[in-house]
Design a protein around this ligand. Structure first.
Ligand code: NAP
Length: 293
């Protein structure tokens, strides 16, 4: 199939490579030429804009950062809508606000372009391995058309509901993962301050009810002091901002998410925003009087 892809960062690049490996003809664009290079080397067709990517393809994907970026990619002067034919599908896989996804979808629909919001979980390893969890919002007909492409990218693929529903599911995912990263950093710091072997604490916890994939994966990276992103802390800060904005709009309390958002704010403010979110452990160390490297 002729497929388009915009946004070739930590996640987008391996996802685009998996679409190429599956035999699709891929048209790509990213703001910086160097972000595109690996994908062009693997056989993708380089374009000069998102509009050019969308010209002549049935389905185009984006994997950028936040809602203003998706707006620009979808509806900007040189955006998808400027090149896509009526009847084509635009799939945004970035994590953005559900309300923003609904708004972009309704404006694209006016030009006959179907949009799916399809954010993911699974991080860089899931993107490389084609094993992402994909949470989709949009029309079932569009979902059925795109499903074979989703199967090149992910293992668990769920149509959650109408436009915006994929982003709602992803917001729930970010509440759970954000709080989990913070509480594991908190517990590890507590063990460290008590002069207890943190690795042994982790091993013990993995055998009980505190076990989780975050304790296993993120916990191991905290102990190895591997802060290379992965998932940048400022991205998780953005995701909790999305969740709390929605909570404000709806008038509901999300106290645990709100407390965790403050910690991600503090990571960004103390120069840890470009670290992986597991750098949270450094923030706890600083707050406890330890000087973290
Ligand atoms: P990233 O490495 O920073 O990549 C973002 C890409 O989007 C870059 O290639 C950037 O282009 C491009 N981009 C950003 N704004 C753009 C714009 N206005 N116009 C055109 N291109 C634009 O980020 P990432 O980690 O891949 O994350 C991408 C999305 O996936 C985010 O919404 C994030 O929340 C979500 N996500 C990430 C993970 C993870 O573990 N990393 C997991 C699940 C979901 P340039 O390279 O040219 O700057």
């Amino acid at each position: 199939m002729e497929v388009g892809f915009v946004g070739l960062g930590i996640m987008g690049r391996p996802m685009a490579l998996n679409l190429l490996k599956a035999g699709h003809r891929l048209h790509v664009w990213s703001r910086r030429r160097e972000s595109m290079q690996a994908v062009i080397d693997a056989g993708a067709i380089a374009c000069d804009s998102a509009a050019e990517v969308a010209r002549g393809v049935e389905v185009s994907f984006s994997m950028v950062a936040d809602a203003p970026d998706v707006e620009q990619v979808a509806l900007g002067e040189q955006g998808i809508a400027a090149g896509a034919a009526p009847g084509s599908v635009f799939v945004d896989m970035s994590t953005i606000a559900p309300s923003a996804a609904r708004s972009i979808a309704s404006r694209l629909a006016a030009g006959g372009i179907d949009m799916l919001d399809a954010p993911v979980s699974g991080g860089e390893p899931g993107a490389i391995g084609g094993s992402l969890t994909i949470m989709v919002g949009g029309r079932p007909e569009a979902f059925a058309r795109v499903r074979p492409l989703f199967e090149c990218l992910g293992g668990s693929i769920t149509l959650i509901g109408e436009s915006g529903a994929g982003q709602v599911a992803k917001a729930c995912n970010q509440v759970v993962t954000g709080i989990s990263v913070a509480v594991i950093a908190e517990a590890f710091n507590f063990a460290r301050i008590n002069d207890v072997d943190v690795e042994r604490v982790r091993e013990a916890l993995l055998g009980g009810f505190a076990a989780s994939r975050i304790l296993e994966n993120h916990g191991a990276r905290m102990l190895a002091r591997n802060f290379k992103p992965g998932f940048k802390a400022w991205m998780h800060q953005k995701d909790l901002r999305i969740v709390l904005d929605e909570a404000h709009r709806l008038g509901i309390a999300l106290p645990a998410a709100a407390a965790t958002a403050q910690m991600f704010n503090a990571m960004s403010g103390s120069g840890l925003g470009e670290d992986d979110s597991v750098g949270m452990v450094k923030l706890y160390e600083r707050l406890s009087g330890g000087v973290a490297q």
